[in-house]
Design a binder for this molecule. Structure first.
Ligand SMILES: [Zn+2]
Length: 248
């Protein structure tokens, strides 16, 4: 079972209740997590970090002081990291978890694939993708393709509520696409009720996320009008990402 705890302006911290444990994914802030756990009288069993940015790990220190639980993550920049992980399979609380290395937003970025969920931090967003801070477009595109290779039904548990603005950009890339228009309306309804637009499914992303549609003729055409020098997927992706960086 999944619980989304809002934090800061637009972050989500995920609580994942498994058969034998309770995981906290990307606790940028400890207080909202502590409040929720106290109110429900729950005890967490592990912390999973996708990358080192403060809005994902800022609450780790306070939480481990409180609960003394293992901290999973990749690379040297995760605070209180006790269980370093890399690409491959591992077991957490008796559950099979697949770690995917997905660098690009940061070099230490990983995603956790468990059952039908993927916790992908700031790589793949609903209808968008993260900014490229430490990698390059080729690296980021390969990471997104790795996530896109998961089953259609995979639930995309990304860390930010950016879906509405991402869909505005998607509509600028593919103005004629009904799937994007429908999704805009569906997300607007959820947000009007202050409900999260997440998780989405990979199936939805394939239909309306321009960054997963770099092979589509309309997307290529739009990218070519915004700086892509050829039709290669990475070139199209790079032009889209650069365009989005300036898009409001
Ligand atoms: Zn980040």
């Amino acid at each position: 079972m999944l619980t989304l705890i809002p934090a800061f302006q637009d972050n989500y911290i995920y609580l994942v209740a498994t058969a034998h444990g309770l995981w906290i994914v990307d606790p940028g802030d400890a207080q909202p997590v502590l409040n929720y756990l106290d109110s429900q009288q729950l005890r967490p069993t592990a912390i999973l970090c996708t990358h080192h940015h403060a809005d994902h790990v800022g609450g780790v220190g306070a939480l481990v002081e409180h609960y003394d639980i293992p901290v999973f993550g990749h690379g040297a920049r995760i605070p209180q990291l006790s269980h370093p992980v890399a690409e491959g399979s591992l077991e957490i609380d008796g559950e099979a978890v697949q770690v995917l290395e997905v660098p690009g937003h940061t070099l230490d970025h990983i995603a956790y694939h468990w059952q039908d969920y993927v916790f992908c931090g700031d790589t793949l967003f609903a209808a968008g993708c993260g900014r490229i801070f430490e990698g390059d477009p080729q690296m980021m595109y390969a990471s997104l393709q790795k996530l896109a290779a998961l089953p259609d039904s995979t639930q995309i548990c990304c860390a930010h509520e950016y879906t509405e603005s991402n869909l505005r950009f998607a509509a600028a890339v593919e103005p004629e696409r009904p799937a994007i228009e429908e999704r805009k309306q569906q997300v607007a309804r959820l947000r009007a009720q202050h409900r999260p637009s997440l998780p989405s499914t990979l199936q939805e992303e394939r239909q309306s996320n321009p960054f997963l549609r770099c092979r589509e003729a309309d997307v290529i055409r739009a990218a070519r009008a915004h700086g892509a020098r050829n039709d290669s997927e990475v070139e199209v992706f790079a032009a889209l990402r650069h365009w989005k960086d300036r898009f409001h």
